[in-house]
Design a protein around this ligand. Structure first.
Ligand code: ATP
Ligand code: MG
Length: 378
């Protein structure tokens, strides 16, 4: 049988992007080489500040068209002082346009430790931080950020509006459910709202309950108010282990709050999806296009030094394999390789860490080791 072929657009971007992204593409290449069933075609394109320098546009038409045709997109980070707030053309509107054009309505951010040996780098006490396994699923193109808003009169008052439709809540609930089902046993879903005050939250709670009860009876779920959840994330985060499902504003705040748990920005991946991923065991598997990027920015202060942590980008590639390509086994192999490279020697790892974690390893050394270990796992 001919191998299943997937096209992955690669957007290196700016700052540390061109240093960290190649570590992740080498991981994808290793998987493509090792498998006779899967062929990954990487398609690098210009995007962000570097595209402004070349074309005067952060999102050139041919980049957008390539992204629309792709099975998945792997991105570094964009922006930098050269294209700051006073620049005529800025990179950030390019990213907003890309998200909108592709309909990336589901933002997925695991906030767990890449390795339990990293618990000591958390600003939280080890006994609080240990064993945390939270995946935040945030609705990304609805709610307060997109509802009608106005400044009224002579600036004496202003309003924003939080609107959610049944269809919008249903579709994001299905994304959370599929992600919960990707784990064995399925993860619990914690749906976060403010239903004691907000009408939109009461609709949210009702639709989440109906969708999960009818379509996913095997998944356990609970509802929690956003203020309680905010407290739990830093006070007793294990209480939220599983999928934290929430709307746009609450998700913006909670996902940044949760990213504090592992200690370095350089460790965390994210996915933005256009639809619920199909389960990898589903014989009718179809790719769910998505955009994968580390949660950090372009880190201009350390760009060009070869010391940036590539783990967030490599783990983003693992999410790409899992959600857009349905390659769960390969995704787990990448995660296991990262764990082994980071883990300390006394627990069987190589203890390689970049400067953000107090280590001396370079970006490329970490990438080399992950690829080397990964090849033994495939
Ligand atoms: P943006 O507005 O683009 O999100 P930011 O202002 O939040 O950017 P980042 O670029 O994320 O800032 O950087 C914040 C700090 O974290 C910087 O000191 C940066 O060097 C550090 N940092 C970010 N990513 C990494 C990484 N992958 N490895 C090491 N340090 C990092
Ligand atoms: Mg930032």
């Amino acid at each position: 049988m001919a191998p299943k072929s997937f096209r992955v657009v690669v957007l290196h971007g700016d700052g540390i992007g061109p240093e960290i992204v190649p570590q992740a593409t080498r991981v994808l290449e290793a998987i493509s080489e090792a498998s006779s069933d899967v062929e990954l075609i990487l398609d690098p394109r210009d995007f962000g500040g570097c595209a402004i320098d070349k074309y005067g546009d952060p999102l050139p038409e041919e980049t957008l068209e390539a992204c629309k045709r792709a099975d998945a997109i792997l991105m570094g980070s964009i922006g930098g002082p050269k294209w700051g707030p006073t620049a005529k053309v800025r990179p950030e509107p390019g990213l907003l346009r890309l998200r909108q054009e592709l309909g990336l309505y589901a933002n997925v951010r695991p906030a767990s430790f890449a390795s339990d040996s990293l618990v000591s780098y958390s600003p939280l006490k080890a006994e609080v931080a240990k064993g945390v396994n939270i995946i935040v699923v945030r609705e990304l193109i609805g709610g307060l950020y997109y509802g009608p808003r106005e400044e009224q009169g002579d600036g004496n008052s202003a309003y924003d509006t939080m609107v959610y439709s049944v269809a919008e809540v249903e579709r994001i609930t299905r994304v959370a459910a599929q992600i919960a089902l990707n784990a064995n046993p399925p993860l619990m879903i914690h749906s976060i709202d403010k239903a004691n005050v907000l009408a939109s939250s009461r609709l949210w709670r009702k639709v989440v309950t109906e969708t999960l009860t009818k379509e996913y009876p095997q998944i356990k779920f609970q509802h929690q108010f956003v203020d309680t959840a905010a407290m739990n994330i830093v006070g007793s985060p294990r209480k939220l282990n599983g999928v934290v499902l929430t709307e746009n504003l609450f998700g913006d705040i909670l996902s940044d709050e949760a990213s504090i748990i592992p200690g370095s920005l350089g460790l965390l991946p994210s996915a933005s999806l256009t639809d619920a991923p199909t389960s990898p065991s589903d014989p009718l598997f179809r790719p769910t296009p998505g955009l994968y990027e580390p949660i950090h920015g372009s880190a201009p202060d350390i760009a060009g030094k070869g010391i940036a942590n590539p783990v967030g980008t490599i783990l983003s590639a693992a999410l790409l394999l899992r959600y857009s390509l349905g390659l769960e086994k390969e995704a787990q192999a990448v995660e296991a390789a990262v764990r082994k490279v980071l883990d300390d020697e006394d627990i069987g790892g190589y203890g390689l860490k970049t400067a953000d974690l107090g280590g001396k390893a370079t970006t490329a050394e970490l990438g080399d080791k992950v690829v080397e270990v990964l090849k033994t796992l495939l």
